[in-house]
Design a protein around this ligand. Structure first.
Ligand SMILES: C[S@@+](CC[C@H](N)C(=O)[O-])C[C@H]1O[C@@H](n2cnc3c(N)ncnc32)[C@H](O)[C@@H]1O
Length: 314
């Protein structure tokens, strides 16, 4: 299940599926190519991927550094490390890919060992993201790049998507915003990470002495327009339907959300009010999805941040 702190065990079926499904339509193909150039990936590099999960970053960027390269995925889940290694037998060709069990707070490698260090959606789940980032910097060679791909899901939740769902009243929208804000305060207080981490990585990098800090945003739009013709729309639709029709963990999510909202300073009355709004909207949502009438257009806030380790540092 999850640990005492209710942090996800990413090897559990539900979460693993997220590591596969959510990543299928994450990037536009030409974005990957542009990012690979921007991240200065080149054949033969030695790269560590911290919190590698099933090795998504290694697999995605392998064409740019893998030839003659060495990828090391590190994760604190035995099961994910094992499964990622099996999967890599298919994609890690003409180079070396190793998967190691280890802790992001204490990487089992000497100083200045890798040409570059990367992570994706790791820092957002950590209680001490800056400590993990400092470790990534420590194991990178002077002059090497450290890059982090992390979302700011709080800003996404506060932004106004355009969709086919009936408009909430202004009071309801303000309450929903309040719930999102306080829930993340509670999330942080409970040591579960920070869903707005993406926007905070540049500051952490600066405080840790990195140079040439620069950031980009993912250019993918969450777009659904009937008849949902593109593969990306089909994928998004599948994920939304799975969430609304098939998620047996609704109660788990609700309890977790309530705990975080209350820990952040919200009241039970406000929580019950917002649950009521959700319950009112759920059948409308389901009906529109079933009838193929649902539409959505919304931005995402997914940052790619890079910084360079100073040459003078060790
Ligand atoms: C959201 S998943 C991201 C996986 C992968 N980077 C991806 O984008 O598909 C977060 C990963 O970080 C790992 N993780 C969490 N805390 C960790 C820690 N302290 N040390 C190493 N790995 C950790 C989890 O097991 C999980 O695989």
């Amino acid at each position: 299940m999850t640990d005492d702190n209710q942090k996800p065990d990413w090897s559990e079926e539900h979460w693993r599926e997220m590591l596969v499904e959510q990543r299928k339509a994450m990037w536009l193909d030409d974005t990957i190519e542009k990012l690979a150039a921007w991240l200065e990936l080149r054949p033969g590099m030695t790269i560590i991927d911290v919190g590698c999960g099933l090795g998504y970053l290694g697999n995605t960027y392998w064409p740019y550094f893998g030839h003659g390269g060495h990828y090391v995925g590190i994760d604190n889940s035995d099961k994910l490390v094992e499964d990622a290694a099996k999967a890599a037998a298919v994609w890690a060709i003409e180079g070396k890919a190793d998967f190691v069990k280890g802790d992001a707070y204490q990487l089992p490698f000497p100083d200045c060992y890798f040409d570059a260090a990367m992570c994706q959606t790791l820092l957002m789940h950590l209680e001490h993201p800056k400590t993990a980032l400092a470790e990534m910097i420590r194991v990178t060679k002077p002059g090497g790049l450290i890059f982090c791909l992390e979302p700011d899901n709080l800003s996404a939740a506060l932004s106004k998507a355009h969709s086919s769902l009936p408009e909430f009243t202004i009071e309801e929208q303000l309450l929903i915003a309040k719930v999102n804000l306080l829930s993340n305060i509670g999330h942080i207080k409970l040591g579960r990470g920070d869903i707005s981490t993406g926007a905070k990585v540049t500051r952490m990098m600066n405080e840790l002495g990195l140079l040439e800090i620069s950031a980009r945003l993912n250019d993918r739009v969450q777009l659904l327009e009937p008849p949902y013709e593109t593969p990306h729309q089909q994928q998004l639709l599948k994920m939304i339907k799975a969430k609304w029709f098939g998620d047996e963990r609704r109660e788990y999510w609700r309890e977790r959300g309530k705990e975080e909202f209350l820990a952040g300073g919200g009241t039970l009355a406000e929580w019950e009010q917002v649950v009521g709004i959700g319950d009112r909207m759920t059948p409308v949502y389901k009906q529109q999805l079933t009838d193929g009438e649902f539409f959505l257009c919304s931005g995402t806030f997914f940052y790619v941040v890079k910084g360079r380790k100073p040459v003078a540092a060790n």
